[in-house]
Design a protein around this ligand. Structure first.
Ligand SMILES: [Zn+2]
Length: 413
């Protein structure tokens, strides 16, 4: 069942003091019968109140395992007076605040006077445990007028309050604020890219916007699906922490003018991979089924490169993938954790970004690119989450023989 949790959040930001205050509510839509809900919230934030017609109480809990993705979070359990029935909705209202001054040195989320970037790595909002599914949001932010504020989607500012409305189910609410932010917008019919940057030349920011817009147009054409109203690309104003992507938002760490202009193809591959995730992200990321997200996104990136730079460039990238895929473990049922001594993270990456891509390309050549694309379109339309589902689509939209070959290839070393 498609969940439709929705946050309405008002955030007051005081960057100089690294302080925030939040008032808001989550309209929680129960997918199954549920008596309590798990959230994550940054451990330095103090809860003033959590309430709701059906809320009987709340409490912080020890984390069973230290969170890898959000080590600074506390687990918050909100309990209902009675179990919610499947399909039932109820409001959970919350008020809390505090100063966020602690994060790991490698964090991509920071709260410093010159650059604020907070999302699920530094959960500033009560982040719903992913077992409950994705959510949409309306966000308003009050901040020092010297600051520019951004989130996913187009910003609206009335001279006092910034407003954002994101109506495509996602798994994060990223807020960025800085006195140094600039934005260029690049548009085509039905598609818009905002590039938010701190130290790029305007011409580079514009070029990145054009490049991303071109990729989005290709993927829309190939895979269909509802268009994203606005896609944002951010050059962060922090020295470390790298990049990440959310639906409609790409944060590119380490982005500088010269490198972008000199390494257009490498950046195009990176951008294309992240953009392709807007179409391929339905499979669970913690299991081996994650290859459906990663290999399809990476293969899509190479197909886009072929379109833009020609077959020679495509074959160069493909040759590297074939080499790195050599001897990689079977994809079928592999241990995604990267913690297994039999399958360290390097080999997990060889499976996700190389072997899976080689197999998809071989499948496409076997059944023909037209039929392969049809399978991709169906995967996107049906939000296919499992390899079994993917193979069923290959059998019905390409051919049975291709499906059998693919299953064997996925099981082979
Ligand atoms: Zn990826």
């Amino acid at each position: 069942m498609e969940n439709s949790h929705h946050y309405d959040i008002h955030l007051e930001l005081k960057p100089a003091e690294q302080r925030l205050a939040v008032e808001g509510k989550l309209t929680f839509a129960a997918a199954a019968s549920v008596q309590s809900v798990i959230f994550y919230l940054h451990s330095q934030l103090e809860v003033g109140d959590i309430s709701g017609e059906l809320v009987s109480g709340y409490g912080f809990q020890e984390m069973a395992a230290p969170g890898v993705f959000f080590p600074m979070a506390r687990m918050l359990r909100v309990t209902f007076t009675r179990p919610l029935a499947p399909g039932e909705q109820t409001e959970i209202r919350f008020r809390y605040g505090g100063a966020i001054t602690q994060w790991p040195t490698w964090s991509a989320n920071v709260v410093s006077p010159g650059w604020i970037e907070m999302g699920l790595y530094l959960p500033w909002f009560p982040l719903l445990d992913k077992e409950f599914g994705s959510f949409t949001y309306d966000l308003s932010v009050d901040c020092d007028p010297a600051y520019q504020v951004r989130s996913s989607g187009a910003p609206a500012y009335d001279g006092k309050t910034w407003r954002f409305s994101w109506d495509r189910p996602t798994n994060d609410i990223v807020v960025i604020a800085s006195p140094d932010l600039k934005t260029v917008t690049v548009e085509a019919p039905g598609c818009r890219v905002d590039v938010h940057y701190v130290s790029l030349q305007e011409a580079t920011a514009h070029q990145i916007g054009e490049d991303l817009l071109w990729l989005l147009a290709r993927f829309s054409e190939w895979y269909g699906g509802p268009p994203l109203p606005v896609v944002s690309l951010v050059q962060p104003g922090r020295a470390s922490g790298g990049g990440y992507s959310r639906l409609g938002l790409v944060v590119m760490g380490g982005l500088v003018d010269q490198a972008y202009m000199e390494k257009r193809k490498q950046y195009a591959r990176y951008l294309a991979h992240e953009a392709a995730h807007f179409w391929f992200s339905s499979a669970p990321t913690a299991t081996w089924e994650d290859w459906l997200n990663e290999s399809f996104s990476e293969y899509s990136a190479l197909l886009a490169l072929r379109e833009k730079y020609g077959s020679d460039v495509f074959e160069e990238f493909m040759a590297i993938k074939r080499e790195k895929a050599l001897g990689a473990a079977p994809i079928w049922g592999f241990d995604r954790s990267g913690a297994s001594p039999d399958l360290p993270m390097g080999e997990v990456e060889a499976i996700l970004y190389h072997k899976g891509v080689v197999l998809l390309h071989t499948l496409s050549e076997r059944v023909g690119p037209m039929k392969f694309m049809q399978v991709c379109r169906e995967m996107v339309a049906q939000k296919t989450q499992t390899t079994a589902g993917f193979l069923a689509l290959v059998a019905s939209y390409a051919d049975q023989c291709g499906a059998e070959w693919m299953e064997e290839a996925l099981k082979a070393r």
